[in-house]
Design a protein around this ligand. Structure first.
Ligand code: KIV
Ligand code: ZN
Length: 534
């Protein structure tokens, strides 16, 4: 088809998505996600807000240096120090974009910024001029655009393009718009802004009313040619437009000319969707609802007898997409303790992993232990092990003496306190303590805190079954606060008390590492940053 038009996919998982997480991601996790998102072949990836914290600056800088392919973008308010931090952090990127924003709605101008529209226009103008010293790819966003009077919006958009903005983004920051409204805003901008042909129009929809994807579709039908989105739709509050949904809508429904517009396409490599979605869910500790479109566990499972019968006769009776299109492997291979490293590597390649994604020796050790316990190791076990291995590996640097578990026993008698005895080793020392608690996990945690003499504040504890039935592995994720910093620990085992202890030990090692880095920088632990964009 000749006259198809491309819709750019702007991924903001590592900015809008990351800022909504309960515990920030560390540099290694951000890099891991950035590489995975680049493999999706997004056009632009927004990877942080450099001025907000030294950690964000370092992450944007590291991604700009190491991740090739997409345009790497950083966020900045229309303030000199933001633009400078953003420009500096992005310097190493082959392709870079500065994304600057200011609120334009009366609610935000009067109550939040306490300035008038004229001042906002002049701040936008100055910021764009300053950004153009670093790059000629500049995006300007009118925060809360969907609640901004159209004439005000047209004025600031015209001024931004005049100053040098090459992309104009129209956010529905609070997820308030309905599709017809957003469609009309995009149409009016195209009719009323004289220099609009010098910029690409973009939308950024939040999901407060569950309309983020529908609103983005309405905007592209009206002429927007960039959609901002996140993997699994993570983001502020109810989240953002889901990348996998907009990508599959473009390739399944908007790929033909319609009554309302030309045929559209995106460059997304859909076969990476499944794997990236699982990775983002794991790393961000954000479970995916089973009935979630495209990537939910039930998205391709058929329960009703009539449906199953239809599927056996012709797949398109009840499936508009095939699981293979989004990269779900068609066959499951059951691995046992007799399977060697080669077989595991082969299976991981089929699942879309590259050799650099995992450490085969560490993984194989875990694999054998698990295969001895469970008999059969499934794909989901392998993926969970890769994730936990990677996460915990960051604590095993040579100069750190990590804690490790040498002994654990718990006793529970119904309606009575549980007791636990735990031995932890660190370097040449092993310490053993016993304690009681309301359940075996609490008892084990009490024993550990006696050993370490550290008081940590448990903010969240969650247990997820990885796999099905009695064979499932328990993955425990805990978030704790220690000296004003939040840490996320993960443990995986067939026994949930052991998984809980594993997660606690992971946290102890993360705290040690943070203390070491902090001592190295001759600084106290950096408090979690509170300065966040919307
Ligand atoms: O939701 C929003 O308005 C934003 C902007 C910073 C683009 O995230
Ligand atoms: Zn947003």
């Amino acid at each position: 088809m000749n006259n198809r038009e491309k819709v750019w996919i702007f991924d903001t998982t590592l900015r809008d998505g990351e800022q909504a997480l309960k515990a920030s991601l560390n540099l290694q996790q951000k890099l891991q996600l950035a590489h995975a998102i680049a493999r999706l072949n997004v056009d632009v990836m927004e990877v942080g807000f450099p001025v907000s914290s030294p950690g964000d600056f370092d992450a944007v800088h590291a991604i700009a240096t190491n991740v090739k392919g997409p345009i790497i973008c950083g966020l900045a308010r229309t303030i000199d120090q933001d633009i400078i931090a953003c420009g500096e952090a992005l310097k190493a990127a082959e392709l870079r974009r500065i994304h600057t924003f200011i609120a334009t709605s009366p609610i935000h101008l009067q109550h939040k910024l306490r300035i008038n529209l004229e001042t906002a226009i002049s701040m936008a103008h100055n910021a764009i001029k300053l950004a153009s010293r670093y790059t000629n790819d500049i995006e300007f966003s009118c925060e809360d655009a969907a609640r901004t009077p159209i004439d005000d919006l047209c004025r600031i958009v015209e001024a931004a393009i005049h100053a040098g903005a090459t992309t104009i983004n129209i956010p529905d920051t609070v997820g308030y718009a309905v599709p017809a409204e957003l469609n009309s805003i995009i149409q009016q901008l195209q009719h009323k802004v004289p220099n609009i042909d010098k910029a690409r129009l973009s939308v950024h929809c939040h999901n407060d009313l569950g309309l983020a994807v529908a609103n983005s579709v309405a905007a592209v039908e009206a002429g927007a040619r960039q959609v901002e989105c996140t993997v699994n739709g993570i983001g502020e509050r109810a989240g953002n437009c889901a990348l996998e949904e907009i990508a599959m809508i473009l390739s399944t429904r908007l790929n033909q000319p319609t009554k309302v517009g030309t045929a559209l396409y995106s460059d997304i490599n859909a076969t990476e969707i499944h794997r990236t979605s699982r990775l983002v869910s794991q790393v961000c500790h954000m479970p995916i609802q089973p009935n979630k479109a495209i990537v939910g566990a039930n998205a391709f499972s058929h329960s009703s007898g009539i449906h199953q019968d239809g599927m056996l006769k012709a797949q398109n009776t009840y499936e508009i997409l095939s699981p293979q299109q989004i990269g779900i492997p068609s066959n499951e291979l059951h691995l046992t303790s007799r399977s060697g490293r080669r077989v595991i590597q082969h299976r991981l390649t089929e699942l879309g992993y590259r050799e650099g994604d995992y450490d085969i020796e560490g993984l194989y050790k875990r694999f054998i232990t698990l295969a001895d316990q469970k008999g059969t190791v499934y794909d989901y076990d392998l993926e969970a092990m890769i994730y936990v291995n990677q996460l915990q590996a960051s604590c095993n640097e040579p100069d750190l003496q990590p804690y490790s578990l040498t002994f654990l026993t718990t006793t529970t008698i119904s309606h009575q306190l549980a007791s636990a005895t735990v031995s932890l080793s660190k370097g040449d020392y092993t310490t053993t303590e016993a304690a009681t608690g309301n359940g075996p996990v609490e008892a084990a945690y009490q024993a550990i805190s006696r050993i370490t003499q550290q008081t940590i504040n448990l903010i969240e504890y969650s247990l997820t079954a990885k796999g099905q039935g009695e064979q499932a592995l328990g993955q425990v994720d805990i978030i704790v606060e220690y000296q004003q910093q939040r840490f996320h620990g993960t443990g995986l085992a067939t026994d949930i008390v052991a998984a809980s202890v594993d997660a606690y030990i992971h946290i102890l090692n993360l705290i040690q590492r943070a203390q070491q880095i902090s001592a190295f920088k001759n600084n106290p632990l950096t408090p979690i940053d509170t300065k966040r964009a919307s």
